[in-house]
Design a protein around this ligand. Structure first.
Ligand code: 13P
Length: 257
């Protein structure tokens, strides 16, 4: 990470875990384990039904609350969907779009990811845009092309001012929930490549200000070395964000220089 030009952000993605009462209990526990003054922003992206409980429990703490998805239309006949305005009114500040699980299981495409990102940014949310290659794409040596394409399409219609509300999470699909982590150098290589894509579109100075996280089996043991890489500005944490002690250790790992 490079704290001189950009924020370090450690975000949890709870996925489809935790009921509202479990949310209250876990956040109360985190308040006792997290450092009082972390060197990074700390975010928990939780299921929609847990947002109210998360906001209440996180009050007065360093924890900011995010959602895991947002619909691109403002309102209307979209059964089961949630709009950006709804999230904002619930006090949500961050939202994940384009997670690989949405792409794999729910038909998300680069185009719908772009529309969701625009809806989130236009509503004032900070959007965590997920990109990342599948295992067979890495084996075919097309990681750079896949990640560049995902990034470019997702950022269509996003100008430099809007980009201030975008975080990019590089999440190699083969590393998610598998216990397999990208090596520090693999994570750095792709995060740097994403920054090059940003530099080509927005200029190097702007690209240097964007927070680019790594996600995929990041844990208390490997966070520090991943975060020591220049272009790895934080983490998007799945499993380890469901354990107060582990999540606190990852946040502490960002306290290094
Ligand atoms: P794990 O940390 O469980 O591998 O999940 C990563 C992830 O998908 C975060 O969005």
């Amino acid at each position: 990470m490079n704290r001189a030009t950009r924020k370090t952000v450690i975000a949890g993605n709870w996925k489809m875990n935790m009921t509202p009462s479990q949310t209250t209990a876990l956040i109360n526990e985190m308040k006792t384990t997290l450092p009082a003054e972390p060197a990074c922003d700390v975010v928990l992206c939780v299921p929609f039904v847990d947002i109210a409980a998360a906001k209440a429990a996180a009050e007065g703490s360093v924890i900011k609350v995010g959602a895991e998805n947002v619909h691109f239309e403002a309102k209307g006949a979209y059964t089961g969907e949630i709009s950006a305005e709804m999230l904002v009114e619930c006090g949500v500040e961050y939202v994940i779009v384009g997670h690989s699980e949405r792409r794999q299981y729910f038909g998300e495409t680069d185009e719908t990811v772009n529309k969701r990102l625009l809806a989130g940014v236009n509503a004032g949310l900070t959007v965590i845009l997920c990109v990342g290659e599948m295992l067979d794409e890495r084996q075919k040596d097309i990681t750079a092309e896949v990640v560049a394409l995902q990034t470019k399409v997702a950022l269509q219609g996003v100008d430099a001012e809007m980009l201030k509300k975008v975080i990019i999470a590089y999440e190699p699909v083969w590393a998610i929930g598998t216990g397999l982590t990208a090596t520090d150098d693999q994570a750095e290589e792709v995060c740097a490549l994403i920054r090059d894509v940003l530099a080509a579109k927005y200029g190097r100075d702007v690209a240097e200000t964007v927070t680019i996280q790594y996600g995929g089996s990041m844990n208390a043991g490997n966070a520090q070395s991943l975060l020591s890489k220049t272009n790895v500005d934080g983490g998007l944490i799945g499993g380890a964000s469901l354990k107060a002690a582990d999540f606190a250790k990852i946040v502490e790992a960002s306290n290094q220089d």
